[in-house]
Design a protein around this ligand. Structure first.
Ligand SMILES: Cc1cc2nc3c(=O)[nH]c(=O)nc-3n(C[C@H](O)[C@H](O)[C@H](O)COP(=O)(O)OP(=O)(O)OC[C@H]3O[C@@H](n4cnc5c(N)ncnc54)[C@H](O)[C@@H]3O)c2cc1C
Length: 461
């Protein structure tokens, strides 16, 4: 029997590594090949800020596999430092180019999984060719920063963008002893989060003496000798040693669009529930694809490590002959900032403004454990729900690490359509070191019952 062409995976980070390993597990007879353009596969992207702060002392700790260990443990052939430069859909083949040897080679495939992820956005007209302009997206980004930092020891650093990565950078660079200035186009930090969380973020910026410039929607750089020396924002001209762009991510879709795929409304690649693209035998996974939001049913772009890993597994299994499906996603974002945490689950009030039915909102500030106990601190909770069904539509929390577990309970309740009032009817554990006598979510359940006239536990009374 003529052996089938291999399953080929393009992109070797969260989604691609998961897809390749799952394909090899699903069909032990299949030959699986993974291509990655950088020198590193399977890296800890979410842990990168802790390299910048110095809390993780060696980048090699964030490279979880070498080409050899991945091949030996996962039974996948790996070509790192090898960029896939073209997909030939007619011949079902890809062309890969090694950045080490400079040579190109054509590989036929039976199934292809595109997991090319995302790239950091930069301000139009500027790119990281400028010597002191950086992004935070990958291990190579860190290595470039590390070399510059050790040679030039910059003191004043501007971070452009006060979203997720911007705030993580502020914490990391402050911990590393730098003076950080934060610029944001909108008039509040973390503009994609609930407005109260933005207020808490503003407060933390003040407490940590971070100069914050909201409404900076017309930033320009003064450049001298390939280096940014000043930032012009409105009438201000501010001297800086280094600039980090933290404007979020955009899907890396070049290969697929060159092969004839049209991107969706979000700019990412539309896929079926089996993660097939519009091209036969070509799957896509991770930050490159668009998802369906569980609550609004809208197409959304939701780049996250968890979604990358889940979609990688699904694409890998299906490419190897499986039959599994990708479900709509529930947004559940955790953002550490200095020693506190922001949690945003489902929709914000702003995202619910077009929701077709009447909504209710409850909010509360309670303690995360008994008042007299060490470590007791306030936790802010806010929950939106459908007034008729009691279904939770969104929630936000701000506080210590406990907030993470509250967010996960809400995510479970959303998924299984457990009405908000039922939160008061849960057997929460209690010991003073762990929790307050009345769990904050139980209070949210009670408050929502009071608000929700005529509806009890989701059933009309
Ligand atoms: C600083 C930071 C912190 C984060 N923190 C969190 C967090 O706490 N929680 C969370 O859920 N998510 C977090 N994320 C998001 C998460 O890291 C991403 O969603 C995840 O890495 C996406 O994985 P991916 O494999 O789809 O894409 P990517 O990580 O972008 O990987 C794509 C890979 O494909 C390679 N590639 C691209 N084109 C080609 C080509 N033509 N040929 C060969 N290789 C190619 C790239 O080099 C890259 O290695 C964070 C991201 C960043 C940057």
């Amino acid at each position: 029997m003529i052996p089938q062409n291999p399953v080929i995976v393009i992109g070797g980070n969260a989604a691609g590594a998961a897809a390749a390993a799952k394909a090899a597990r699903t069909n032990p007879a299949a030959r699986v090949i993974l291509f990655e353009k950088s020198p590193f596969i399977s890296t800890g992207t979410c842990e990168l800020p802790y390299l910048f702060s110095g809390e993780i002392d060696d980048y090699r700790k964030l490279v979880f596999f070498s080409d050899e260990s991945f091949r030996n443990q996962k039974r996948v052939e790996v070509y790192s430092s090898t960029e896939v430069v073209a997909i030939d859909t007619r011949k079902s083949a890809i062309t890969a180019k090694s950045s080490v040897t400079g040579s190109s080679q054509v590989f036929p495939f039976s199934k292809l999984i595109v997991a090319t992820g995302s790239k950091a956005r930069v301000l139009a007209g500027y790119n990281t060719q400028l010597k002191n302009l950086f992004t935070l997206k990958s291990v190579p980004d860190y290595l470039r920063w590390q070399e510059y930092n050790s040679l030039s020891n910059p003191k004043t650093i501007a971070v452009i963008g006060a979203g997720f990565v911007g705030l993580e950078l502020v914490t990391a660079l402050t911990k590393a002893g730098k003076e950080v200035l934060l610029f944001e186009f909108e008039n509040r930090p973390i503009p994609a989060f609930e407005t109260e969380l933005s207020s808490f973020a503003s407060e933390l910026l003040k407490q940590n003496s971070i100069a914050f410039y909201p409404g900076s929607n017309n930033i320009q750089f003064v450049i001298s000798d390939g280096r940014i020396t000043k930032i012009r924002s409105g009438s201000r001209l501010i001297e800086v040693d280094v600039v980090f762009m933290a404007l979020g991510f955009e899907p890396e879709t070049t290969l697929l669009t060159s092969a004839g795929i049209k991107t969706g409304i979000t700019g990412a690649v539309p896929v079926s529930t089996k993660l097939l693209t519009a091209l036969p035998n070509i799957f896509a996974a991770g930050d490159a694809i668009e998802c369906t939001d569980y609550i609004t049913k809208n197409k959304v772009y939701y780049p996250s490590a968890v979604t990358a890993q889940i979609t990688g597994h699904i694409a890998g299994e299906n490419a190897a002959g499986g039959n599994v499906f990708f479900q709509p996603v529930i947004k559940n974002i955790a953002l550490p900032f200095f020693n506190k945490f922001f949690l945003q689950i489902g929709c914000t009030a702003l995202e619910l403004k077009d929701y077709a039915f009447r909504t209710g909102t409850v909010q509360d500030i309670s303690l995360n454990r008994v008042k007299v106990m060490p470590g007791a601190s306030s936790i802010f909770s806010k929950v939106h729900f459908d007034l008729h069904t009691g279904h939770i539509l969104g929630a936000s929390f701000f506080g210590d690490a406990d907030a993470g577990s509250y967010a996960d309970i809400i995510s479970l309740a959303i998924k299984h359509k457990i009405p908000v009032q039922a939160l008061s009817d849960v057997s929460y554990n209690y010991t003073p070191e762990l929790s307050p006598f009345i769990h904050p979510l139980s209070k949210i359940g009670k408050l929502s019952s009071n608000l929700n006239n005529g509806v009890n536990n989701g059933r009309k009374t």
